[in-house]
Design a protein around this ligand. Structure first.
Ligand code: SAM
Length: 288
């Protein structure tokens, strides 16, 4: 090195993602919801939505060939724990782990079955380009444990992102919006066209950034909210005095909550749903 030259750390010795995919035979499998992000700038942008990552332990679900994983490792995150179901991707991810010594833990497994609390210490954040087929069940599971995470930055099919962030009295407002927004502040931050992925999916995708609301969190109340929303949106065209029948005495419940029985589920605010859930809890699980 010439005298006086400034030494900069060498970039990790990793091949371009397309080569990683070719070398490891990672032809995309539809059954695993595989649509890969190959654009490093885009991956860096997603990592930046999840900021600040300094000192954070990041759970990534479905790292695939590792494009987003590399971006997360280029951030100041303390550690990335990546859970991938596809055995074919594990060797490719181990190469990434070797390029970032001590910062990437690769776990071969089903994200629906792993326990984030035992997998990585706090402060935790989730960042993931989720497989479409299990995106909603994964989110519902994390909402139950939302106090474990500082934030969740998740890529879904755009329609699912709309169902998470929808406001009352709009087309996509339903159970997923109520449960997500009751538990978290939810913001749709980035929409991506099919062509951003390889292979391109049929539909647009979108990132939702969820920040759990501060506690205390009452799991019994959430269970009641799940029951109330299941009944209400199970028959969303019906008036609440009829759709809430599975809960017991809908007329009395609605009267106590100060909600007209002739209203329909889609018109209720999150606060009104919470009021109904509290009354169900107070009545020991059934409507008063
Ligand atoms: N993160 C990569 C990217 O952005 O290019 C890949 C995203 S791709 C949409 C979804 C990934 O999730 C695939 O790698 C797929 O194998 C993986 N996957 C599917 N089901 C899974 C599950 N139940 N648990 C963990 N990973 C899963």
């Amino acid at each position: 090195m010439a005298e006086g030259a400034i030494s900069t750390p060498l970039p990790p010795p990793l091949p371009p993602l397309a080569e990683t995919i070719r070398r490891h035979g990672l032809a995309a499998r539809k059954a695993l919801g595989q649509h890969f992000l190959l654009d490093a700038t885009l991956c860096a942008r997603i990592a930046s939505i999840a900021a600040p990552l300094e000192g954070r332990h990041v759970l990534e679900v479905g790292p695939g060939p590792g494009g987003l994983t590399r971006a997360l490792l280029d951030s100041p995150a303390e550690q990335v724990v990546a859970v991938e179901l596809d055995r074919r991707a594990i060797a490719a991810l181990e190469e990434v782990a070797a390029a970032y010594p001590g910062r990437l833990r690769v776990i071969e497994g089903d994200a629906l079955k792993v326990d984030a609390e035992s997998l990585l210490p706090a402060p935790r954040r989730i960042v993931a380009n989720l497989p479409y087929n299990v995106g909603t069940p994964l989110l519902l599971g994390w909402l139950h444990r939302a106090e474990l995470f500082e934030s969740m930055t998740l890529m879904f099919q755009q329609e699912v992102a709309e169902r998470i962030t929808a406001a009352p009295d709009t087309e996509h407002y339903g159970r997923l919006a109520v449960l997500s927004q009751w538990r978290c502040d939810c913001r749709m931050t980035l929409r991506l066209p099919p062509g951003a992925f390889s292979p391109p999916p049929k539909v647009w995708s979108a990132i939702v950034h969820l920040v759990p609301k501060p506690g205390p969190f009452d799991p019994v109340l959430m269970a009641a909210l799940e029951r109330v929303t299941a009944a209400a949106f199970g028959q969303r065209r019906k008036m609440l005095r009829s759709s809430l029948k599975p809960l017991g005495q809908p007329e009395a419940l609605l009267e106590q909550a100060g909600i007209e029985g002739t209203r329909r589920a889609e018109t209720l605010t999150i606060g009104e749903f919470e009021r109904l859930a509290r009354l169900v809890v107070a009545a020991g699980g059934a409507a008063p």
